[in-house]
Design a protein around this ligand. Sequence first.
Ligand SMILES: [Zn+2]
Length: 259
Amino acid sequence: MGEEIEKTNVWSEKRDTGEKCSNCDRPIFEGKVHFWGTTQVYKITCQCEIDKRNEQRKADEEAQRRRYIADLRHRSGLPRKWENVTFENFEPRKGTERACKACINYAEQFPSVQSRGIGMYLFGTSGSGKTRLAASIANKLLDKGISVKWWNVTSLYLEIQGTFNGNGSSQEILDDCTNAGLLILDDMGAEKPSEWTMATMYDILNTRIDDVLPTIITSNLKLEELANKADPRVISRIRDKDIFPHIADDATDYRRVEK
Ligand SMILES: [Zn+2]
């Protein structure tokens, strides 16, 4: 008798061996397989064994998916304080409902907006909950296995400047920014502007727009206020509402009422 065989479509003349499976007590069958002019008899693998292997395969795939997502999360740079923020635990309040809805739609329609390179300019006063909303988008997409890169804009500049004395590679940081499936730039306009910060931001945004990759920008400032702090070419890019729909988050300080 040959080895056990699982593929039930290749054997013929199924026959009860009279034996029982030691695991599930089902009868054990054998079958003949004809190929290349020869005939071999195989024990047919018990269904309980097939089920067990399938379950194991599913568990392995799930574990692999979890590892992949954990790695994506790790590399995303999303701060730990935003790790568990979701739309489900966001409580929309007066003034923030529209921004909340826009962000939920954005996350749900991501494959479509991504293919068109559509991002968002999400602005509102400090504490209005816009960073929380942007983090909810990030978490939703990371859970789906989409690469997201998160940078607080001030930290991004500091991190790049930190490489200038030979620590790490600024190119690597910039490549991470320009290649991510979604780049989220949090709190634009809070940084101290310089010619260098302006030129750097223009390079990042321009590269992403040319590559049709979406970027979400959050800011405490309306665009006309941001104009004092950013390269005019950056402002002109963000003014393009086909690429950066402007979403106002008008809620009063979210942190003050947060439970
Ligand atoms: Zn069995």
